[in-house]
Design a protein around this ligand. Structure first.
Ligand SMILES: CC(C)(COP(=O)(O)OP(=O)(O)OC[C@H]1O[C@@H](n2cnc3c(N)ncnc32)[C@H](O)[C@@H]1OP(=O)(O)O)[C@@H](O)C(=O)NCCC(=O)NCCS
Length: 445
């Protein structure tokens, strides 16, 4: 296929490609709205600022899943359900023990959620009631799995959940083996609220695509975890901490920014597919990071982050996103960097499940089309002939080029008719041997 014909196809009006599906509207949703120009995020109509300031993770999860904030009884019942599902199946714990040391925690989480589905008797029940139960179970057990992954990775025994603690408090308890301070519990609660939902981001879209095939909830969540793991999505927070450690001091920030620019590298934790202004979640995380820096008498990581935010903004005009201050904040909370994306997943599980439920409520399989720019249709060649044929094409091209050079040198040479006759001779020979005809000539150009 010629370059010209490829360009024609790419530009064909009916099949205009929107790279990354940016700006393509693929679903109606009532779950959340991300306003990239104004820097606003709402969950079911409620500003993320109000939820961050006044709500709890449990209440926010209820809102995202049910569409309304709960009253007192509804909140109590919902909490009871979540607490009921905190324990994980012994087989899931056993599975985690068998995993090799040193694998990425997100790999362990992805695999454990898949295994958990194998032990859920409701896994293949697609009724709305069963899907809601699976949502609660997944939301609840995610923190237990993440905490177990962490403890096993450093040779510690997993800690059983406690029923008397909040979702955030119990998560920290299972991670550290001691009940958290009220400040630490609030910080984790805030992290969980802010990461719970964000429209049709890559992992949520993956979950919806899988749900739309009428696969099961565990498959959707496993796919979503896989998408979140990537450093261009949820994996960015882990990369941000690595960067903070590498930079090490406020003085090193400017040379580091210049170095990344010179190599045309990426600034992890900066830029966003939707926000053109500051990510509204970042402001809350930044303030908390500042406070924890002061409380722990170690503002170093916050100070480097601030310097980095200013320098990157000045350099590439990209604001920081949710992952940037989440790194210094979680570091202050004693959470290891390679676990950050798992913490993200333990929160986003609510958004994923809400979207799966919404997709199933009015389902249509998601099947975009592609713009084919490969070779035109060509004839199949039996394997025994392919090597010969490849050699023949190369020889033919060599002969043509040599003749052309000779022709230019001598200003004489063969006639066009002679050239065509000669170039087709090899093909005739192939046809006589095996009856194989030449592929479409446009392909060979
Ligand atoms: C999030 C992200 C993938 C969005 O990508 P996008 O939708 O293509 O964003 P934009 O359209 O604004 O990007 C346009 C250009 O700006 C530049 N740019 C955007 N973010 C950048 C960053 N963090 N560092 C350096 N350059 C960046 C790139 O040149 C990009 O062109 P590319 O497509 O050739 O890479 C991107 O900003 C990024 O890679 N950020 C770092 C990873 C990260 O923090 N991810 C978490 C997101 S919450």
């Amino acid at each position: 296929m010629t370059v010209d014909s490829i360009q024609d196809k790419t530009c064909s009006a009916e099949k205009m490609v929107t790279k990354g599906l940016k700006g393509v509207v693929a679903a109606d949703t009532t779950i959340s709205d991300v306003d990239g120009d104004l820097g606003k995020l709402i969950y079911r109509g409620y500003s993320i600022d109000d939820l961050a300031n006044f709500s709890t993770f449990e209440e926010t999860a209820y809102l995202l899943l049910k569409g309304e904030l709960p009253d007192q009884k509804q909140r109590a019942d919902f909490n009871t359900l979540l607490v009921h599902h905190r324990e994980i199946e012994p087989q899931v714990l056993h599975f985690l023990r068998t995993l090799p040391r040193g694998i990425p925690p997100m790999t362990a989480l992805r695999s454990a959620v898949s295994v958990s589905g194998a032990y859920d008797p409701l896994a293949e029940d697609e009724s709305p009631a069963a899907n809601f139960q699976k949502t609660i179970r997944l939301t609840s057990e995610m923190t237990t799995i993440v905490a177990a992954i962490r403890r096993l990775s450093v040779g510690l025994e997993p800690v059983s959940p406690r029923a008397d603690l909040s979702h955030a408090g119990n998560f920290l308890y299972m991670l550290n083996g001691v009940a958290p301070s009220s400040d630490a519990e609030k910080a984790m609660d805030l992290i969980l609220i802010l990461h719970a939902e964000h429209g049709l981001n890559a992992s949520t879209f993956a979950a919806r695509v899988i749900a739309a095939t009428l696969s099961d909830m565990y498959s959707s969540v496993t796919g979503a975890i896989s998408a979140l793991k990537g450093p261009l999505h949820g994996g960015a927070n882990t990369e941000v901490l690595k960067t903070l450690m590498q930079v090490g001091t406020v003085e090193n920030v400017i040379p580091w920014v210049e170095g990344v620019r010179a190599k045309k590298g990426k600034f992890m934790g900066f830029g966003h597919a939707v926000y053109k202004v500051e990510d509204p979640r970042a402001a809350h995380l930044k303030e908390l990071s500042r406070r924890l820096g002061i409380e722990t008498s170690n503002t170093k990581w916050y100070d480097i982050s601030i310097a980095m935010e200013q320098a990157v903004l000045a350099s590439i005009h990209k604001h920081c996103n949710v992952d940037f201050y989440s790194a210094s904040l979680q570091h202050y909370m004693g959470i290891p960097g390679d676990l950050f994306t798992c913490v993200f997943a333990a929160s986003r599980i609510v958004g994923w499940c809400a979207h799966v439920l919404e997709q199933l409520h009015d389902n249509k399989i998601i099947r975009p089309s592609s713009n084919y720019v490969g070779p035109a249709e060509r004839k199949y060649l039996p394997i025994a002939r392919r090597v010969w044929f490849g050699w023949l094409l190369r020889a033919k091209s060599f002969v043509l080029r040599t003749r052309c050079v000779c022709h230019n040198l001598t200003k004489g040479g063969v006639t066009e008719a002679e050239r065509l006759q000669d170039s087709s001779a090899g093909d005739d020979r192939i046809a006589k041997r095996g009856g194989v005809t030449e592929p479409n000539s446009s392909v060979m150009q």
